[in-house]
Design a protein around this ligand. Sequence first.
Ligand code: NAD
Length: 353
Amino acid sequence: MKLAVLPGDGIGKEIVAQAVKVLDVLKKDGASIEMEYANIGGAGYDAEGDPLPETTLKLSKAADAVLLGAVGGPQYDKLDRPLRPERGLLRIRKELNLFANLRPALLYPELAAASSLKPEVVAGLDIMIVRELTGDVYFGQPRGIEIRNGERVGFNTMIYSESEVRRVAHVAFGIAMKRGKRLCSVEKANVLECSELWRDVVAEVAKEYPEVELSTLYVDNAAMQLVKNPKQFDVIVTGNIFGDILSDQASMLSGSIGMLPSASLDANNKGMYEPIHGSAPDIAGRDIANPLATILSVAMMYRYTFADAVTADRIEAAVKKVIAQGYRTGDIWTEGCTKVSCTGMGDAVVAAM
Ligand code: NAD
């Protein structure tokens, strides 16, 4: 299996190093994995003048899967937009046609105290958010800032074709079939035509999955329900911008953004795997970041791209074990637990494996 490893910026290098230690264990146990590193984001700009250098794109296209750390940093905020790190990320998702972003929000019972909600509201939480990733207002044309009637106006275009909605709906229904068979489609059909189409197409696809109970919510209500009674959800499917916001919100239900992995899949289950958090410049270089989201991203890679549930279960069990043993990085630490560094957490997972 060929894996493109793109650590990126900030804590990216630190957390990816821990995930690679997990891959090294699997290699020692006989897995055939070839890893090749490349630059992305600010690292791509610094080394090759482009947040998605041609060599990185070529390597990623040739690989079976991509493991990404994070991109971005304040030193890049004044660059021309196409040169900014985040544009590299948007481009690689688009170039690899990674249209379905899977973000689990799962609460380990031992971390219930780290959630900002009452333990009884979040205990046992297990949601999968399926976010469309290559369309919507993030990519729609026209977009820009220009002068109209003597003042600056900024504009973007929210747009979805029915084929884009249909393919992500199929992914979401497929996942719901393997879980609790409940799917909630989130949009804003009371105001947006784009959402009206989304709702109609999802309802059409639902006819092919009669076992799945489909519900719909407006995004504002969904945001409210996610903090009021999050356990009502099994699988949520939504567009790019709504999914961006709701999945970050859901991540806080589970205590820390440092715990949550993600998968972005194309039509053949080739995927890019990355933690949902960013490059955390505020803690970069201090070996204190939580590497578990990245390690759990490797588990997702085994589950979805390599179709190897046994290895995925093994990695997830090792993470559960270190949590049960009381090891915590600073972001999830509570009184009585053992505080470990990023490297220390990686070592603990390797030992548990
Ligand atoms: P962020 O996710 O980097 O950080 C938000 C907060 O969470 C910070 O306080 C950070 O210290 C903390 N945090 C994040 N990951 C953590 C971890 N693994 N362990 C412990 N604490 C963690 O979001 P931000 O601060 O809004 O953005 C920082 C940079 O990252 C920006 O340049 C932004 O554009 C970029 N970004 C990149 C991605 C990505 O690469 N996928 C996603 C979001 C933001």
